[in-house]
Design a binder for this molecule. Structure first.
Ligand SMILES: Nc1nc2c(ncn2[C@@H]2O[C@H](COP(=O)(O)OP(=O)(O)O)[C@@H](O)[C@H]2O)c(=O)[nH]1
Ligand SMILES: [Mg+2]
Ligand SMILES: [Zn+2]
Length: 327
């Protein structure tokens, strides 16, 4: 049975335990400012105001553990000057448009949200060394569609092998894809990243760091700032971090050490809703249709719209992926 996906309603606002009376000079939350979270390091966060000013902030205790992730839009009170040594306080997490979580135990029963409000998912695989695998990419695609995130396949190490054969199976879904190599031309990929928040996912050794360095100009500014801001030494390598692409050309959310996103909670109907042109056809399906049966409304649709056969096939393959046990 599908377990419920934790969402913003799980960010519980617990009543403060303290019995201390509210003092008049306690900051009123009505004068809070909104900011975007760039990284979280053990309860300390680095946020960016709309003005671009970077502010170090800590969570109000009542927000609870793991309540703030990279990409969250939060409300800040207190010292939002961003001056060295200043510290603001996060008093609210605004509702999330989407989120990605990571399975944190082997059985997949516990998930931890790692990023929110994402525009695009860069699924990174190598043309060779290591050999690309469809299983991994299919599952990333299912998560992306489930959350309404646009997927993009990035094949690295183009100098080692030609990915066209491998990529053929994604023609059906019309997923945007790129084949790149170290020191190669990234301009086409860069233009699709411009102005967007894109999360990067892929197995170790496929060339993610090489790509991130090339895109950000080896710019580790955000990491450096976190260290300065939190005074806690190295950024923990397991937490996600939003890195700027120079010239306001978007951010890359790097998720070091994260090899897969939680797949236990994929909602078939949300995956289907990413295929909006098929919604009408699906509304005529029998109750609890598997979408892979004789009376499925998609069968008629394909007869009437032969050009969409590939996409329907692609959707069916993904729905199938989500019902497979995770290996
Ligand atoms: N041949 C080749 N090797 C690459 C390319 N990009 C990265 N590599 C190498 O692949 C290895 C893993 O790269 P890295 O960026 O650390 O991968 P990550 O683990 O995904 O961050 C390193 O030895 C890189 O030098 C490429 O385009 N072609
Ligand atoms: Mg790396
Ligand atoms: Zn159906």
């Amino acid at each position: 049975m599908a377990r419920r996906r934790p969402d913003e309603s799980d960010v519980r606002i617990r009543p403060a335990r303290s019995t201390r009376p509210r003092s008049k000079d306690r900051p009123s939350h009505t004068d809070s400012v909104s900011a975007k979270v760039l990284t979280v390091d053990r309860g300390r966060t680095l946020c960016r105001l709309d003005s671009g000013v970077l502010v170090s902030a800590m969570k109000a205790r009542e927000l609870g553990k793991n309540s703030v992730v990279v990409g969250d839009v939060v409300n800040l009170v207190g010292d939002v000057s961003g001056q060295p040594g200043s510290l603001a306080r996060i008093v609210m997490v605004q509702p999330r448009r989407n989120s990605l979580s990571r399975t944190i135990d082997d059985a997949g029963a516990f998930e931890k949200t790692i990023a929110a409000n994402i525009d695009q998912m860069l699924i990174v695989a190598a043309c060779a060394n290591p050999e690309p695998r469809h299983g991994f990419i299919d599952r990333c695609l299912a998560v992306a569609y489930d959350q309404g995130i646009a997927p993009i396949i990035v094949m690295t190490k183009r100098d080692l092998a030609d990915p066209s054969e491998f990529l053929k199976s994604y023609d059906a879904l019309a997923v945007t894809n790129f084949a790149i190599q170290r020191d190669g031309d990234l301009s086409a990929l860069q233009s699709i990243l411009a102005g967007k928040d894109s999360v990067l996912i892929g197995h170790s050794g496929v060339g993610k760091s090489t790509l991130v360095n090339a895109l950000t100009g080896g710019n580790v500014r955000a990491t450096g700032d976190v260290n300065d801001a939190t005074g806690r030494g190295r950024h923990t390598s397991s937490s996600a971090i939003a890195l700027d692409i120079p010239n306001d050309s978007g951010t890359i959310i790097d998720t070091p050490g994260v090899r897969s996103f939680g797949l236990e909670h994929i909602d078939r109907n949300r995956v289907i809703s990413s295929f909006s042109e098929l919604a009408d056809a699906i509304s005529s399906c029998p109750k609890n249709c598997s979408h892979d049966e004789e009376k499925c409304g998609l069968n008629d649709y394909v007869l009437q719209h032969p050009e969409s056969q590939q996409r329907v096939q692609g959707l069916r393959r993904l729905l199938n992926t989500t019902s497979q046990p995770i290996t």
